[in-house]
Design a protein around this ligand. Structure first.
Ligand SMILES: N[C@@H](CCC(=O)N[C@@H](CS)C(=O)NCC(=O)O)C(=O)O
Length: 226
């Protein structure tokens, strides 16, 4: 693995963080290339022509795209901290929860912040149920991965920081210590893990993205990059 690794990312993005924390856990050197998503670079378009999104991991001239794909690639290619379990059944189970997070938890949590009225009530009810289900998967363990960070922890990273910021910006308090003590405890463990601390964005950076765009994000239901 002689080639220089480059990560095209954006510090505000939890997807970008997923890839970066996987590299940090493995102790692999890489260059972080900040993308301006309002004015995407030719390199980003060249290396991710179909989706045109960050993160993109570039190994030599070979791009790997999509955060979970990148995390799994890093785990397969580099020695050190195991991210996915060795056992095929446990690996399948971790991938199931990764999918649950991306298909249920994240969109429900996002929409509970950026809708109102009956629609919001419905998303809040769905998010509450999914958060409780996810919390149950912790089973009293330090991390979803057991004693150390694994795929599910990395996939759930937005619950450890980003979702709290969004809640604060829109004045919601859904993910709180009274209702989700285990999930909040997990969030603290995650934020305090060495590899995470090395690459977790400052809370202010995320507030600085969401707060001024609050109305436009509410209107579009999607991030606004300019
Ligand atoms: N499913 C993708 C999502 C990545 C994603 O949505 N990236 C956003 C930044 S947070 C992006 O590049 N957006 C640019 C765009 O949509 O034009 C992943 O897991 O990597």
């Amino acid at each position: 693995m002689g080639e220089t690794l480059k990560l095209f990312g954006w510090k505000v993005s939890p997807y970008s963080h997923r890839a970066e924390v996987a590299l940090r856990l493995k102790g692999v050197k890489y260059e972080f290339i900040h993308e301006d998503l309002a004015n995407k670079s030719d390199m980003l378009i060249r290396y991710n022509p179909i989706l045109k999104k960050i993160p993109v991991l570039l190994q030599g001239d070979t791009p790997i795209v999509e955060s979970q794909v990148i995390v799994e690639y890093i785990d397969e290619v580099f020695d050190g901290h195991p991210i996915l379990p060795k056992d095929p059944y446990e690996r399948a189970e971790a991938r199931f929860w990764a999918r649950f997070i991306d298909e249920k938890v994240r969109p429900q949590a996002w929409m509970s912040c950026w809708t109102d009225g009956e629609t919001q009530k419905s998303f809040i009810a769905q998010a509450k149920e999914s958060l409780a289900t996810l919390q149950g998967r912790l089973e009293g363990k330090k991390f979803f991965g057991g004693d150390s960070i694994g795929l599910i922890d990395i996939m759930a990273c937005s619950l450890a920081l980003w979702y709290g910021v969004m809640q604060e910006v829109v004045g919601l308090n859904l993910l709180n210590e009274d209702d989700y003590p285990e999930l909040c405890r997990w969030g603290e463990e995650y934020r305090n893990a060495e590899a995470v601390k090395e690459c977790l964005p400052e809370r202010e950076l995320i507030v600085g993205f969401f707060a001024p765009r609050k109305d436009r994000i509410f209107a579009t239901k999607a991030p606004v990059y300019d």
